[in-house]
Design a protein around this ligand. Structure first.
Ligand SMILES: NC(=O)c1ccc[n+]([C@@H]2O[C@H](COP(=O)([O-])OP(=O)(O)OC[C@H]3O[C@@H](n4cnc5c(N)ncnc54)[C@H](OP(=O)(O)O)[C@@H]3O)[C@@H](O)[C@H]2O)c1
Length: 123
């Protein structure tokens, strides 16, 4: 187990790549802090990794919200006292190709991932 004793915080962990990383990290022995906006799907992933034996904290949070990020970090530090691995994975896939005539389809994903990356690293 390569991540035994490590604490990993993964944003956007309720499906897709975030969920896959949470499961992979749990199999390698990491303790996990997971977030996404949708509570039900997040709790399902938390149950999956818990069944693998991993300690897990699931915090519903929108990474665009400074208040949510502060709460996420505070709860994570309260539970584990540190973060060893930070995976800023949360992003919004528009499902469409970027288009110069639809600027918001390009702006929202980069705003979500870049802003949350900056906030979590500096918070
Ligand atoms: N899949 C690919 O082929 C691919 C390729 C290159 C890069 N990527 C990048 O890899 C990352 C994950 O991609 P994916 O395909 O796994 O995405 P996905 O299936 O759409 O999953 C996105 C995850 O992020 C969460 N999320 C979205 N907006 C959020 C927000 N504002 N706050 C908190 N959580 C949020 C979603 O849950 P909620 O909606 O419940 O919040 C979900 O858990 C993205 O950054 C994407 O740009 C993916």
């Amino acid at each position: 187990m390569q991540l035994e004793g490590k604490v990993a915080l993964i944003t956007g962990a309720s499906r897709g790549l975030g969920r896959a990383m949470a499961i992979a990290f749990a199999r390698e022995g990491a303790a996990l802090a997971l977030c996404a906006r949708g509570e039900k799907a997040l709790e399902q992933v938390a149950a999956e990794v818990s069944a693998l034996g991993a300690p897990v904290l699931a915090v519903p949070a929108d990474v665009r919200s400074t208040r949510d990020l502060e709460r996420l970090v505070a709860l994570t530090l309260d539970r584990y006292q540190r973060v060893d691995i930070l995976v800023n994975n949360a992003s919004e896939s528009s499902g469409r190709r970027p288009s110069p005539t639809l600027p918001t389809t390009r702006r929202r994903p980069s705003t979500t991932s870049c802003r949350s990356t900056w906030s979590l690293r500096s918070g």
